[in-house]
Design a protein around this ligand. Structure first.
Ligand code: AMP
Length: 280
């Protein structure tokens, strides 16, 4: 397993793989790897000749009051998990190389960013779309792997790739959860013991929603109202949003139909957690 830091070097290596007809599977991450990331790496390993993992805590996707500075990092453990998943190359660029002095180019994918996290985290998806574009230009992957956990991010990336004529296939893999249902996230490490216990309410609310749709409920308002009530039964919980949206457009929908997804963002104490479930 090689570690590459220079974008130019990384691109040169990727070009030579492509020239030899080798397929490149790419998993972009912010590091502090867990089983969610590992599931993406393992899938990439099965489907490609070369697997490239990027680790980069992208400053442009964090708001001024967000956790950029304290975002958890453990490059030693990341290398261990990457190696175990048979990753070929880890790309770890620096801020200086990604955003040199005077940097000014940003990618805005439009309306799909106007709801959910796009409201509570202004500029977040501009940062995401920009870094993913840059990484795709460097790595020129055949297939890139993302997690359903960040459902709006997946919609953003799919739109980006389609509208900017990027010939990379996007694969979205299911959410990996802890045994009690909590979606695995690098940010779970911020939770105290009590908060960790309370955080289970997120998936309980989502499972409730899924079940009530199975039993015939179609009214988004009714499902959302009950889910919110469940979440607020935990004193540490503060709701950012609980919505039912179309998986493609990220627009609110009144009646649950095909492609409906319930997406939630909840502060447990000071930690903002997101999760979602496909209802349609
Ligand atoms: P991050 O390092 O949080 O930016 O995540 C990197 C990639 O891993 C993104 O495509 C995420 O959606 C994906 N990911 C994060 N958590 C999970 C999870 N619990 N299950 C599946 N994929 C995940």
């Amino acid at each position: 397993m090689r570690i590459i830091k220079s974008p130019a070097k990384m691109h040169e290596i990727c070009r030579s793989f492509s020239a030899k007809g080798k397929t490149i599977g790419f998993v972009p991450t912010m590091g502090y790897l867990h089983q969610g990331h590992v599931s993406l790496l393992e899938k990439a390993r099965k489907e490609n000749d070369i697997v490239i993992l990027s680790i980069y805590v992208n400053p442009t996707q964090f708001g001024p009051k967000e956790d950029l500075k304290k975002y958890p990092r453990d490059i030693g453990n990341d290398k261990k998990l990457a190696k175990r998943s048979k990753t070929d190359i880890i790309f770890i660029p620096s801020d200086k190389d990604m955003y040199p002095q005077g940097y000014g180019t940003f990618v805005d994918v439009g309306s799909v960013t106007n709801n959910l996290c796009g409201i509570s985290r202004p500029g977040h998806f501009k940062g995401v779309a920009t870094i993913v574009t840059k990484l795709f230009n460097i790595v020129i992957p055949n297939i890139a792997y993302f997690g359903q956990k960040d459902v709006q991010q997946c919609a953003v990336i799919k739109k980006l790739v389609s509208e900017l004529n990027m010939f990379v296939k996007i694969k979205v893999l299911p959410i990996k959860r802890e045994n009690d249902g909590l979606a695995i996230s690098s940010r779970n490490v911020y939770l105290s013991e009590k908060e960790r216990e309370d955080s289970r309410i997120l998936c309980s609310a989502l499972y409730y929603a899924k079940k009530s749709v199975k039993h015939g409920q179609r009214s988004s308002d009714k499902i959302i109202a009950k889910a919110k009530k469940m979440i607020l039964s935990k004193r540490s919980a503060k709701i950012d949003y609980v919505k039912i949206v179309s998986q493609d457009t990220m627009k609110d929908i009144d009646k649950v139909e095909k492609k409906a997804v319930m997406a939630i963002a909840v502060f447990i104490g000071k930690t903002r957690l997101i999760d979602n479930i496909v209802l349609g």
